[in-house]
Design a protein around this ligand. Sequence first.
Ligand code: BDP
Length: 722
Amino acid sequence: EDGVAAWLRYAPLPASTAANSPAIDTVVVLGEEARDETSPVATAGRELVDGISKILGRAVALGDASSPRTSSTLVIGTRDAFSSLEGVPSSSSPSPLDHSDGYWIDPSSSSSSSARILGHDARGVLYGAFAYLSKLAQGELSVESAAWGSAPQAPVRWINQWDNMDGSIERGYGGRSLFFEGGAVRDDLARVKEYARLMASVGLNGIVINNVNANASLLSEASLRDGVKRVADTMRPYGVRIGLALNFDAPRTLGGLATSDPLDAAVVEWWTRTTQLVYHYVPDLLGYTIKANSEGQPGPLSYGRTLAEGANLFARALAAHGDGLVFYRAFVYDHHLREDNPKNDRASAAVDFFAHLDGAFLDNVVVQVKFGPIDFQVREPVSPLLARLRKTKAAIEFMVAQEYMGQQTHAVYLAPQWQEVLSFDLRVDGKPSLVRDILSPAGPFAWPTTGYTAVVNVGRDTTWLGHHLAMANLYAYGRLAWAPASDARALLDEWTRLTWSTDAEVVAAVGSLLMDTWPAYEGHSGNLGIQTLCDILYTHYGPSPASQDGNGWGQWTRADATALGMDRTVATGTGFAGQYPREVAAVYEDPATTPDNLLLWFHHVPYTHPLKSSGKTVIQHFYDAHYEGAATVQTFPARWARLRGKVDDARWAHVAFKLAYQAGHALVWRDSVCRFYHALSGIADDKQRVNNYKHRIPLAVPSPNVRLDGYSPVDARLPEAA
Ligand code: BDP
């Protein structure tokens, strides 16, 4: 296997399990939609026929309303398409069928009634079909299984691809773009269809297809007509709508206007016309995503206008046509920050730029907030902006792409981190305010359009993400966006059964290995909330603690010879801690109450500061955690080796290679970071490992077989930068 089927392999079940599964031989699709090839209902019918026949190894036929029904028939359709709703939960009791995208499944059948999948709407039918197939493929569906249903907690369950029109992907590690090549949409969109299928199977319903650092030429008529339209048409049968990332300066650079000032009449007219054109080719447009006044991108502030004036320009243009949303990114900050001002703090930027604009954005604007105040670090507190907008809606941004997390050469399962974020209580107005509740229409702010988006970097590699194990993140992201109270380990076990094997030993081994990855990565990369100590200036990959300070990007550690950490308190620091609601702010203001794993995020403390949890000094904890984290990674290859023969050889070997690399690179991390802080602080390691460091890693590997092709030498600060 090459991985392209991901978790939709529909591998045949062992005969004993298959014998106990519902013996479906016909899938009957009800309603007008059955005949509409582009409807998710028709897709659901085809998917069930394909899936059931592969999983159970038997012939399955597709039927319609006129087909005879037996106890081996599975009938599917929207609730409205069923003539009888006998036994179906009704609106008088809360039912998943009362919510958009919800479904209800009764797998049981008898001589007088067939098994059924009902959707609240067309997409609900498709989600129900995938839910049925997932249980069947995991060997968990029997003729006696009880009926069940589900509906998503939030309407927004999106992906942001950072694909460039030249075919490259910003922070992409899984091959070139599925969508673009050579400045245009690719002719062959077969993989785009497969991607939409994967998305639908975990409940994702929208995708912004191009990089937030956007190329305006995507909006040219030729590009919309010959390219963007085809992408939308390809993904639509899976219930996936597409959106576009905009370049704020497009009126100037593409439209030839003298300005892109959002209040200029010609600019308004240009966006109105352009949006009309976009809707002409994509009538169900998801909306626009905008990165503006961020990392050198143009924006309303460049024209002396507010961020809300900028966002509302697009909101008006969209509102004329449909339900398209403006996702305005809160990632606005100055990347030429000066370190000499102790009040400067990139972490404060989102609240500083957006909180006072609460209510100034039009109804169809949603502020898109990265989950942490900086940038997808191995450990961050939750963004306080999620507690500071009320009238204006927000959605959260996660990152499936492992930009700061080993870039898909390391296996790092991220769902445990997301689960922590989603269950964090922000205590808005002194009341329980879990992040996952805030991100729900039923939450404290009752935002009708809120939810989830994540940066994903799938590419043309058959592995999609460059590493088979990284796909657990994409799977878990979709499932959490649907049901944010899900348990990360339970999702992982599901994914393993679908992706690798239903064998209990495989499920246990893959689960325990991947659950160890995030703690191990935090151990050897950056502890106590210091952030991922990678090269900060561009690559964001290998260790480079030295690069953290002395730059304008503001991901500072303020490490010197005696102390480290950012003082973000109100009393003596940047004041960031004060951006949280009162109770949370009080916890972070004081080192005695700040959790150890965020100590250095909020406080500048001596290396000899004792930790609450262990009594160890900060520096000894650094040494120990780096050794322990790297030691855990050393166990991965051996643990994976035990699965040889229990999963297919090709994917097994691919992962084995990656894990061996990861084990080596974890040592590089460990030694680089420990050595850097040992040299800086002059404090010995109690366990005598870091003191008198010898170069354990050869700095050059002479080999007659190594040829450098397309590389050129660069100056590196070894061994701290690796
Ligand atoms: C940073 C990435 C950069 C992105 C930016 C963003 O390094 O490539 O353009 O985020 O989110 O993490 O806009």
